[in-house]
Design a protein around this ligand. Structure first.
Ligand code: PLP
Length: 379
């Protein structure tokens, strides 16, 4: 069976590869001038004061929770319709993830639903901009202020989003991004935090690197000086090799975004007449989605897994984003969750299929995916 349509193709070009090779041919490989350049470019793109580059979004979420002293005994509200990392970052600091079910139309957490689950122990809320569409950041920011909570955005899907004229990080304590292999810009593995606070950024720069007072670049560029460890830290610093791969992609974020948006429109148009096939609602007029993933919800009377298998047999790469986190073995066994505890996330998780969406995907291939799906779902 040959793959006719890849699930994902990255956008690294020869210039990006040369930029990484240039670092490899130099003396200095770890966190240095490339990382610094990437951080200022990324902050500029997001129109925010500070960006701190780390090794993953999971690490970024972990650091953001640590920054505000969230730990054992604390509850952190999040969504079960996400990648496991949103919830495991909460577990990493020793806090308890409290899932709140999502809105059936958008798959997003809403401030109204979250407010009902705020308890004495709640310290933070971590909503996810699912598939690129932003949650109601204004609403969450107001809710966080009202209840004195920390508001951290999982923006792994959403470099590009704008809702109510707000971009990720502009109203929250921190927004966390991923440059994992299939994200909108990638370096294989990587992540970043953005924040409006220069004190927070300084803390993140120390915390990502053992809590050491001087970073490797300043130790390298100057004569040896003793360094000190001033606070507990972790090992989450991005290196110059990864930063070099990312730097050139920054300028292309808008054009990549436009291409994915156009392809998503084409999918929605071509799939609109399949009986029983449902969609996550598109962004409202005036709202900008990151258009990271395009998903369909298979008709209730079809088996999602069979449709998934059939698509792959026809040479189409696809995936599931996501089976609801509360249904995964570890969470079931640790917390005793049942599927019906979060019925909307459960239902999305049982019906959803992610179709290919990336700038290198051609319209012709989108047409092929759609006609194949139509054939599979024919009655
Ligand atoms: C990819 C992803 C993460 C984790 O990102 P890493 O960089 O792999 O740690 C977290 N949350 C969401 C929603 C993701 O899609």
């Amino acid at each position: 069976m040959s793959r006719k349509v890849e699930f994902f193709l990255h956008n690294l070009d020869e210039n990006d590869i040369s930029a990484a090779c240039e670092v490899l041919r130099s003396v200095f490989l770890t966190t240095g001038s490339r990382v610094k350049e990437f951080e200022s470019g990324f902050a500029k793109l997001l129109n925010i004061q500070e960006a701190v580059a780390v090794t993953s979004c999971t690490g970024a979420l972990h650091l953001a929770l640590m920054r505000y002293g969230i730990g054992p005994g604390d509850e952190v509200i999040t969504t079960p319709m996400t990648f496991v990392a949103t919830a495991t970052a909460i577990l990493e600091v020793g806090a308890t993830p409290v899932f709140v079910d999502v809105c059936p139309n958008s798959g997003l957490l809403t401030p109204e639903a979250v407010e009902k689950h705020i308890s004495e122990k709640t310290r933070a809320i971590v909503p996810v901009h699912l598939y690129g569409r932003m949650v109601d950041v204004k609403g969450f920011s107001a809710l966080a202020q009202k209840h004195d909570l920390i508001f951290i955005e999982d923006a792994a899907h959403c470099i590009e989003g704008i809702r109510d004229e707000i971009r990720p990080g502009q109203l929250s304590h921190a927004a966390c991004f991923s440059f994992y292999a299939t994200k909108n810009i990638t370096c294989g593995e990587g992540g970043a935090l953005v924040t409006r606070s220069s004190e927070d950024a300084a803390w993140y720069r120390s915390a990502r690197h053992h809590g050491i007072s001087k970073n490797a670049a300043s130790r390298y560029s100057k004569k040896y000086e003793h360094w000190d460890m001033e606070m507990m830290g972790w090992k989450y610093n991005m290196d110059d090799i990864h930063a070099a791969l990312l730097l050139g992609q920054l300028a292309k974020v808008p054009s990549f975004h436009k291409q994915r948006e156009n392809l998503e429109h084409l999918y929605r148009e071509l799939l609109s007449d399949i009986e029983g096939l449902d969609f996550i609602e598109p962004p409202e007029p005036g709202e900008v989605s990151g258009h990271h993933l395009f998903t369909v919800l298979v008709p209730e009377d079809f088996s999602r897994d069979e449709v998934l298998t059939r698509l792959q047999e026809e040479g189409i790469g696809c995936a599931v984003n996501y089976r609801a986190v509360h249904n995964l073995s570890f969470f079931k066994e640790t917390f005793g969750f049942r599927p019906e505890d979060f019925p909307v996330a459960d239902r999305i998780g049982r019906r959803t299929i992610t179709l290919p969406l990336y700038p290198k995907l051609t319209e012709e291939k989108v047409r092929f995916v759609c006609s194949t799906l139509k054939k599979i779902l024919a009655r």
